[in-house]
Design a binder for this molecule. Structure first.
Ligand SMILES: Cc1cc2nc3c(=O)[nH]c(=O)nc-3n(C[C@H](O)[C@H](O)[C@H](O)COP(=O)(O)OP(=O)(O)OC[C@H]3O[C@@H](n4cnc5c(N)ncnc54)[C@H](O)[C@@H]3O)c2cc1C
Length: 408
């Protein structure tokens, strides 16, 4: 019996733990090391920050989920790897240190926003890298909404996170106006010359139009040089005062990861892996998701996207299961299925992958595309919880929505 230790129960890690446990039940031991008690689908953290996330229906308790599906949840955070003795070093939530023995180790600890060492950003901005940060954001936002006067929110970064957060906050503020809540003025600040700089031009244009229609101030070509408690200063000395400030720009693997276990890392702190997802220096250690730099046959690298994390997890579950049965590992090839970004609760914009010939010709938008956006989450939920549970959750959610105030 081999012991496979998976670190990080996010988009990639929880799918991998579930699939490996199902395929190897009673044959091999699967342990998921994750410091949180519950799993949240990260692309929905902006909904937690805006108070519109249904925690009861859309989160998963690692402990019970593991017990039902055949893996063990070990609640702790990875701190180091002792490769010589095949031990994962962890810190438990009570602060004590421990070590977990592994035969195979998979690192899937995700990524965090990159503040590019901007002065004051870390101390004066809220980051949306974890569910606890998103909950902290909602505590602050709900406090502002209660105060009743007009308030301003600065959001740095108009990638998927910034766009989705701005649109959801605008919607909540608008909906709550009739209950005398504060009116939020939202500044979405982007250093590039368009929103969603990594998506096709045409998609950026459609999203910009929708953001402006919902009265979000989009400031393009605007680089922030300094952040203080009550505002930001741009590179050309413009001052942008605000009551709450978010940093949603840039992506890098967490700072603590760099150098761990003597593995090979790139400038974004990502672990460099081979196409079969083994690390370049140790073939009993794998990495996938946002914290891994995964090469593609055309010389490019797999992008840090939920879709890529999920596909890599499905691939590795099959490939690792084959290895445990004495076969060879196989290479992971990512075929980008395009991009969908939610602009509020009832509207989304989608396009083909940037490399596709159709990417700049065809862009889809509207309520139906918003349903497609939800489907991507439901597909993840289906892998983790099964089709029956997902159907039950969808029906319960619809019924619950009927009784919520003002369709929140
Ligand atoms: C608000 C928001 C909106 C987004 N929207 C989109 C979108 O529309 N489309 C899209 O494709 N992508 C989107 N993304 C990006 C997407 O969420 C990520 O690409 C995806 O979640 C990466 O999956 P992962 O498993 O690598 O990491 P994650 O899902 O981030 O999971 C990492 C896990 O590791 C755990 N962890 C961290 N440190 C440790 C440690 N020391 N020890 C053990 N465990 C640890 C964390 O608690 C977490 O559970 C969005 C992200 C955000 C924040």
């Amino acid at each position: 019996m081999s012991r496979i230790v998976i670190v990080g129960g996010g988009a990639a890690g929880i799918e991998l733990s579930t699939l490996l446990a199902k395929a190897n039940r009673k044959k091999h031991e699967i342990i998921l090391v994750e410091p949180e008690t519950d799993h949240y689908w990260k692309p929905r953290l902006h909904e937690i920050a805006a108070g519109t996330f249904d925690r009861e229906l859309d989160s998963v308790c690692y402990f019970t989920h593991g017990a039902i599906n055949g893996y063990q949840h070990y609640q702790a955070a990875m701190t180091d790897i002792d490769r010589e003795n095949k031990m994962l070093c962890v810190r438990r939530n009570d602060g004590t240190e421990a070590a977990v023995k592994y035969d195979y180790l998979v690192v899937a600890v995700g990524a965090v926003s990159n503040d590019f060492n901007t002065s004051g950003a870390r101390d004066n901005c809220i980051f949306l890298d974890s569910a606890s940060q998103a909950r902290h954001a909602w505590n602050k936002i709900s406090q502002l909404l209660r105060e009743g006067d007009d308030r301003t929110v600065n959001i740095v970064g108009a990638g998927a996170t910034g766009v989705e957060l701005a649109a959801e906050l605008a919607r909540v503020s608008h909906k709550l106006q009739r209950y005398n809540a504060a009116k939020l003025t939202i500044n979405l600040i982007e250093a590039a010359d368009r929103v969603l700089p990594n998506s096709p031009q045409k998609m950026s244009a459609k999203v910009l139009k929708e953001l402006q229609r919902t009265n979000i101030n989009v400031l393009l070509n605007t680089r922030i040089s300094e952040v203080s408690e009550h505002g930001m200063v741009t590179a050309d000395n413009q001052s942008l005062e605000a009551d709450i400030q978010f940093w949603a720009a840039g992506v890098k693997a967490p700072e603590w990861l760099k150098g761990v276990g003597g593995l090979e890392y790139n400038r974004m702190n990502q672990i460099i892996v081979n196409a079969n997802l083994t690390t370049t220096v140790d073939d009993s250690i794998f990495s996938l998701g946002d914290c891994a730099s995964i090469p593609q046959a055309d010389g490019s690298f797999v992008p840090p996207k939920a879709q890529a994390a999920n596909r890599a997890a499905v691939h590795l579950s099959k490939s690792l299961t084959s290895l445990l049965r004495g076969k060879e590992l196989t290479d992971f090839e990512f075929k980008d299925g395009g991009m969908v970004v939610a602009v509020g609760h009832h509207f989304a914009v989608g396009s083909f992958a940037p490399q596709s010939k159709m990417a700049n010709k065809l862009v889809f938008k509207g309520r139906l595309i918003r349903r497609l956006y939800d489907t991507i989450f439901r597909l993840h939920q289906r892998t983790v919880e099964g089709m029956f549970t997902v159907s039950r959750l969808i029906i319960t959610k619809r019924l619950k929505a009927l009784f919520q105030p003002n369709g929140m």
